[in-house]
Design a protein around this ligand. Structure first.
Ligand SMILES: *Cc1c(COP(=O)(O)O)cnc(C)c1O
Length: 310
């Protein structure tokens, strides 16, 4: 099941009251680089867009309880949307989940359930809750409503930066880039869409080389939102159709981009959000937009990182 521009336009209307139209911020030093600032989105990431589109639709169809299996930004987004709509949310997280993120979900009123260490254990438990409690499962990326919701960031960006030539987008499971690339290519095919992954989490890059979904297993990149081991079965064909190129960035380039965002742009961004900026900085000047996907920086996790010095 694919998506097209009308799905994204419909999503934009459906979620308008729940999401912020985040700003596009220019580099003051005149490089031509602009940031689509999704780290300023409610809940701290673009994930709110897809979660809102999926959960509002489910509630229209009678849902009173949603469940997901994500420990990160998607879990917080689902919790927030459920709270706004006055329904229950259960988020199944690993035993070693980050306490900061768990607290975030609880603050948005979600029931947090700890289960195992692997995503398979979590997804099995979430599926059980779906069956036994009649809840609706909200996937983090491989879902047409989630992809269309994420695509609304692309529509906004085209309106805000009409002269843009190249757009850089982080890739985890590929929900964000599927939506954004569909929005862009079906509005203005001249705009180049570049997907960006860490070298240490290059599953979509490898899948593209093979022409089929490849699973890379566990990853240790600092960009924890991009550690997905494989692209989705719905997202990958869209990446194949609409993404012009996938670039890889090193851990040192990600840290350098975080530093640039802090010191030059004065913005607080999480490493997953900075990979797009890392690729854009390497490419140099030109009217480019880097989609900066999240700002839920875990200070404890980066405090010990050696090369905030460069
Ligand atoms: C989830 C996430 C991504 C990756 O999005 P996908 O839809 O999985 O490709 C990128 N950055 C941040 C901050 C995220 O939370």
């Amino acid at each position: 099941m694919s998506i097209s521009l009308p799905d994204i336009v419909a999503a934009q209307q459906r979620i308008a009251h729940m999401v912020l139209r985040t700003p596009v911020i220019e580099d003051p030093t005149g490089t031509g680089l602009m940031l689509k600032a999704e780290y300023l989105q409610r809940t701290g990431s673009f994930k709110l867009r897809g979660a809102a589109n999926r959960v509002i639709k489910a509630v229209e169809e009678g849902a009173r309880h949603v469940v997901t299996g994500s420990s990160g930004n998607h879990g917080q987004a689902v919790a927030y949307v459920a709270q706004q709509l006055g329904i229950r949310a259960t988020v199944v997280v690993p035993e070693d989940a980050n306490p900061v993120k768990v607290r975030g979900m609880q603050q948005y009123g979600a029931t947090v359930e700890f289960c195992g260490l692997t995503s398979n254990e979590r997804l099995a438990r979430a599926a059980e809750i779906t069956r036994t409690e009649g809840a609706v499962f909200v996937p983090p990326y491989d879902d047409p409503f989630v992809m269309a919701g994420q695509g609304t960031a692309g529509l906004e960006m085209l309106a805000q930066a009409p002269a843009v030539q190249t757009v850089y987008v982080p890739i985890g499971g590929g929900g964000l880039i599927s939506g954004v690339a569909t929005a862009i290519k079906e509005s203005n095919p001249q705009v180049r869409v570049v997907g960006v992954e860490p070298e240490l989490a290059n599953d979509t890059y490898l899948s593209r080389q093979q022409g089929a979904v490849v699973d890379i297993g566990a990853s240790r990149t600092i960009a924890d939102g991009l550690r997905t081991s494989h692209p989705g079965t719905l997202t990958f064909p869209i990446v194949q159709r609409y993404v012009d190129e996938i670039q890889l960035v090193s851990e040192a380039e990600i840290r350098r981009a975080c530093r640039y965002l802090l010191l030059t742009m004065k913005q607080v961004v999480e490493p997953s959000g900075a990979v797009s900026v890392a690729a854009a900085l390497r490419a140099g000047a030109g009217p480019a937009v880097a989609l900066v996907s999240g700002g839920n920086l875990d200070l404890d996790a980066v405090a010990g990182v050696p090369a905030w010095e460069v």
